[in-house]
Write a protein that binds this ligand. Structure first.
Ligand SMILES: [Zn+2]
Length: 256
């Protein structure tokens, strides 16, 4: 079930994970080199890789190749990483290193052509499990099956952007939120609204309209959705900011 709220004409279709702003990436690179030098690791620059298997490697030319998810790492995570790279890690470093990967490595979900790549719920700025916990009390009764939540890669299509999706899979309900919303300037209540909207799809199935069409956003659905306290604020925010979010995403991608 896809809900395209932002209608914006764009030329290309992109599927990818968001990356922090270039300035933020530059700061991480600086930090990495500082830490590396403090531990006497001789590297001259950081190169970002999107390889699934290798998290970090040192090239002969002094490049430190890092997986792009380390653009999201804090100082302690970077320290543990460098120590692991150098084989000087304590048990705690190893644990921290593994936990970071566990929390940030994209996962594949499902099988065959419908396979999805999703990011774990704990994002850079927003935690989808926390958002889910926040909106669950708005339901009358507990769900039969709790949805698995995660971030979906940013997709910008001709018809605009899909904020979130809810679907049934053999493994259970899957609720995904567009990772374009995992940003410092997106309010938590906007993320919570998208989670709530998609959760409403699980609680309120589509009804048959007069002309035999399936109504996904029926009147009952809309009434139910309006239990969300800041519904109007959230919808207005989404409408007002969709173009800006898309433009910024495309700009950051070009400057990578
Ligand atoms: Zn919807």
């Amino acid at each position: 079930m896809e809900c395209n709220t932002g209608q914006l004409e764009l030329f290309d279709i992109q599927t990818e994970f968001p990356h922090p702003a270039p300035e933020q990436v530059a700061l991480v690179e600086e930090k990495v080199l500082q830490i590396a030098h403090a531990y006497n690791l001789r590297v001259h620059r950081v190169k970002w890789k999107d390889n699934r298997r290798v998290m970090a490697s040192v090239g002969r030319n002094g490049d430190l190749n890092l997986h792009i998810m380390y653009q999201r790492a804090d100082e302690d995570d970077l320290k543990s990483l460098i120590k692991v790279v150098m084989g000087r890690q304590s048990g705690l470093d190893r644990k921290r290193f593994e936990k970071f990967i566990e929390e940030h490595l994209p996962r594949e979900y499902g099988e065959g052509p419908s396979r999805l790549v999703i990011l774990p719920p704990k994002g850079l700025f927003h935690d989808l499990n926390a958002a889910l916990e926040k909106v669950l009390p708005l339901l009358d009764e507990p769900l039969e099956r709790m949805p698995l939540v995660g971030w979906s890669p940013v997709r910008v299509g001709r018809r605009g952007i899909t904020w979130g999706t809810h679907r049934d899979t053999p493994e259970g309900p899957l609720l995904l939120v567009n990772a374009i919303l995992d940003s410092h300037d997106v309010p938590a209540w906007v993320v919570e609204h998208i989670v709530w909207h998609e959760l409403c799809h699980q609680a309120i199935p589509p009804v048959n309209g007069n002309n035999g069409r399936r109504l996904i956003h029926s009147r009952i659905f809309r009434e139910f959705e309006s239990r969300f306290p800041r519904l109007k604020d959230a919808e207005q925010w989404e409408e007002k900011n969709v173009a800006h979010l898309i433009r910024r995403h495309l700009r950051n991608r070009r400057r990578r």
